[in-house]
Design a protein around this ligand. Structure first.
Ligand code: CDP
Ligand code: MG
Length: 710
């Protein structure tokens, strides 16, 4: 180990009066970061920042941080935790570094975010607040996008990215202070970081950890971090009046839209925030709201601006949630309103000022995992009471507000769980286990997590990784596993990439992996569904959706990535551009590990066969068999599934592998490819008849094996 004699000093010499001086310096006219005069905008924002609740406790915070290695800070959403606290910390760290320390050895402040959107949006805001350019002193890092530089002192990054950084920098020596933000969200990655940081802190006395959270679990965090001190930032919430529906709503989307229109017609000024569950639903609702309010013309209503917010929305569009509401059409006329239709992101990660009305249908898309059926899926499910409280709180930020819950009071009290289960209890842990093994944590059972997952889930994860060849029978990381862990992808996808050179098709597998990792590239506007489907059919490949994606990617490149070609073909140019970027990054990892970039000749009979075999090498555990009944059953788990209507096959193959299992009213498998009977060649250890439940697929496999022997 490298010498550990670094000063144990952060803040030791940084007295509170030192911080004061620093503050004085920052309060001057020259920006110490770039030597330029502060802009007027900086001054204006500074005045507003100073009114945020956390500023009241700035010195208390710095004092407690100085005297402790770990501290916990809780405060209402919007009190300034995410934007201000990291700046306080940077000031203190800078003061210690100052002056004359070489930039090179300087360590950064990290602030983690569970959501990519929040990391991007908040870092932009903070760059603005510090009057610097985003990507320079303040930057962000999210999967497949690194917007930082050698100058960066404050880095917002997703919790998943910090976990990945720990793979190459096990003691996180790039950082002096790590802030785990939105800890109450209890994402899988944040929970793993908790456990990891607990160990790192022991080995790095000079490192400090700040855990920030919006809600009540503070005591639980405190207990976990052995009684670390707690700072509570008093909330500044105005009263919020809660309304319930008398009877349960049959269609929450329709009810939500109706409520928006009613508020707009009948209630006083103030913006509206509607919580829905996903991109499609949100876009649909935005269209309907705009239309219905448009229909009210002639009546006395003000203008509206309807803005969507969800994770895959491009950053420029995300910024629109911060735009002001439109002014009234005539002086003294009915007020204009901003209507934000958002996924769960707006529950705590992003604060939008000016919201007075909240509409809460009571649902969110949540990850669920059943280790017995090995199915992990995103499912629209009821939120918890804690979530409902957070949501209603969004209405009382700037003035008294109203929250319309589209469910009954009885349902709130009796049906909703008190808290959302932490994600670690409802996820497939294969990827996490691979990451932990790569981090050198072998004793998973004793790895200290706040809520230990079910042993069955851990067993499943180990078993899956063993089947993939990433772990040996003793549970140790194999050579293959070492490389797989380097890819920021699911183990199945990493496996398919790592083995693709041996099938002579790594170029194509890279393209497919990139297309699967980027947002959906097919556009299907409501008013032009038929045209869109025809356009998609022109790319479709007889063997399935993965090869269709490959066709799209190739056509995109052949047409010089031309955005107007994309829109002519009902393709989302941004999604394709992002796929291209993902591909470049994955290719870099391939090259780093000397994985050959190669292709089978396009006119060879084996061109597509090799690609399909390589894919199956990763996805052999996600296969369904067509039964004589005409239904598909998943292999080994015998779950009845249907091909998702978006598939491009014009027949039903006997065996398909799938990329995604969607739990809805009926179970769909999405993005599927015909894989024939290669299963017994490619994954004989998995398709081993001795470990196979009795079923039709087993009998077919028996015949296959016999035919092979005979
Ligand atoms: O993290 P926490 O919920 O405690 O608050 P925050 O995200 O730091 O937000 C503090 C203030 O900054 C709020 O009043 C936000 O509206 C404002 N803010 C903003 O105006 N623009 C952004 N992009 C982000 C925050
Ligand atoms: Mg926050």
């Amino acid at each position: 180990m490298t010498e550990r004699k670094r000063k144990v000093s952060l803040f030791d010499e940084t007295s509170v009066s030192g911080a004061d001086k620093m503050n004085g310096r920052l309060g001057g006219l020259v920006n110490p970061w770039n030597g330029r005069m502060y802009s007027q905008r900086y001054m204006d924002i500074l005045e507003k920042r100073k009114t945020l609740p956390v500023w009241q406790q700035k010195y208390e915070f710095l004092q407690v941080l100085k005297n402790n290695q770990t501290l916990i800070l809780v405060g209402e959403t919007g009190s300034g935790k995410t934007t201000q606290i990291p700046q306080f910390v940077v000031e203190a760290v800078e003061l210690e570094n100052h002056p004359g320390k070489s930039r090179k050895n300087k360590m950064m402040v990290a602030c983690t975010q569970p959501r990519r959107v929040a990391a991007m949006s908040v870092s932009r805001r903070v760059a603005e607040e510090m009057d610097v350019t985003i990507g320079e002193e303040v930057g962000y890092s999210i999967r497949f996008e690194d917007c930082t530089s050698a100058k960066t002192v404050l880095k917002y990054l997703t919790d998943g990215m910090l976990l990945r950084e720990a793979m190459t920098d096990p003691l996180l020596e790039n950082y002096k202070v790590i802030i785990l933000d939105e800890a109450h969200e209890r994402t899988l990655e944040t929970d793993v970081l908790f456990g990891l940081l607990k160990q790192v802190l022991k080995n790095r006395p000079d490192l400090k950890l700040v855990v920030m959270s919006a809600t009540l679990e503070a005591e639980k965090f405190q207990a976990y971090f052995s009684g670390a001190p707690l700072i509570k930032v008093p909330g500044r919430l105005h009263p919020v009046e809660i309304f319930y529906t008398k009877d349960p709503e049959r269609d929450y989307l329709e009810a939500a839209i109706r409520t928006v229109v009613q508020i707009h017609e009948c209630e006083g000024p103030g913006d509206i925030l509607v919580f829905l569950t996903g991109e499609e639903e949100i876009e649909d609702a935005c269209r309907k709201i705009t239309r219905e309010i448009g229909n009210l013309q002639g009546e006395q209503v003000g203008p509206v601006k309807v803005v969507p917010l969800y994770s895959t929305l491009p950053p420029v569009m995300q910024q629109k949630i911060f735009d002001a509401a439109p002014p009234p059409l005539t002086e003294g006329g009915p007020p204009g309103r901003k209507i934000v239709v958002s996924s769960n992101i707006a529950e705590t990660s992003l604060t939008i000022d000016g919201i007075v009305y909240v509409i809460d249908p009571g649902f969110a898309k949540q990850k669920v995992y059943n280790p017995r059926e090995r199915v992990e899926s995103l499912l629209v499910s009821p939120i918890s009471r804690a979530s409902a409280l957070q949501r209603s709180g969004r209405a009382g930020r700037t003035q008294p507000g109203k929250c319309f819950r589209l469910y009954t009071e009885g349902s709130f009290n009796n049906d909703l769980q008190p808290q959302t289960y932490p994600e670690i209890l409802r996820s497939n842990l294969a990827n996490t286990v691979l990451t932990l093994k790569k981090l050198g944590i072998n004793d998973l059972v004793h790895f200290d997590v706040m809520d230990p997952p079910a042993p069955e889930t851990l067993m499943r994860a180990l078993e899956e990784l063993n089947y993939l060849g990433a772990l040996d029978d003793e549970g140790n990381l194999t050579k293959l596993g070492e490389i797989m862990a380097e890819f920021p992808l699911d183990p199945q996808m990493s496996k398919m990439l790592v083995v693709s050179p041996s099938f002579n098709c790594s170029n194509e597998i890279l393209s497919i992996a990139a297309m699967l990792s980027a947002p959906n590239c097919f556009v299907r506007p409501r008013e032009a569904q038929k045209d869109a489907d025809e356009a998609k059919a022109r790319f479709s490949h007889i063997d399935g959706d993965h090869l269709t994606l490959l066709n799209v990617y190739h056509a995109y490149k052949q047409n010089n990535e031309d955005p107007s070609w994309c829109s002519d073909n009902f393709l989302n140019a941004r999604a394709l551009k992002s796929a291209d970027n993902v591909r470049k990054q994955l290719m870099r990892i391939m090259t780093r590990f000397n994985l050959k970039l190669c292709s089978t000749k396009f006119n060879s009979r084996d061109y597509y066969i090799n690609i399909r075999k390589a894919m199956l090498s990763g996805y052999f555990m996600q296969v369904a068999h067509l039964e004589r009944t005409g239904h598909y059953l998943t292999v080994k788990d015998n779950q009845e599934v249907h091909l998702h209507p978006s598939n491009c096959l014009d027949y039903k193959p006997e065996w398909v592998f799938y990329n995604e299992y969607m739990l809805t009213s009926s179970n769909f498998i999405r993005t599927v490819t015909d894989v024939r009977e290669w299963l017994v060649d490619i994954a004989p250890h998995y398709y081993d008849l001795e470990n196979f439940p009795e079923c039709e697929a087993k009998r077919v496999l028996e015949r296959l094996y016999r035919a092979r022997e005979g």
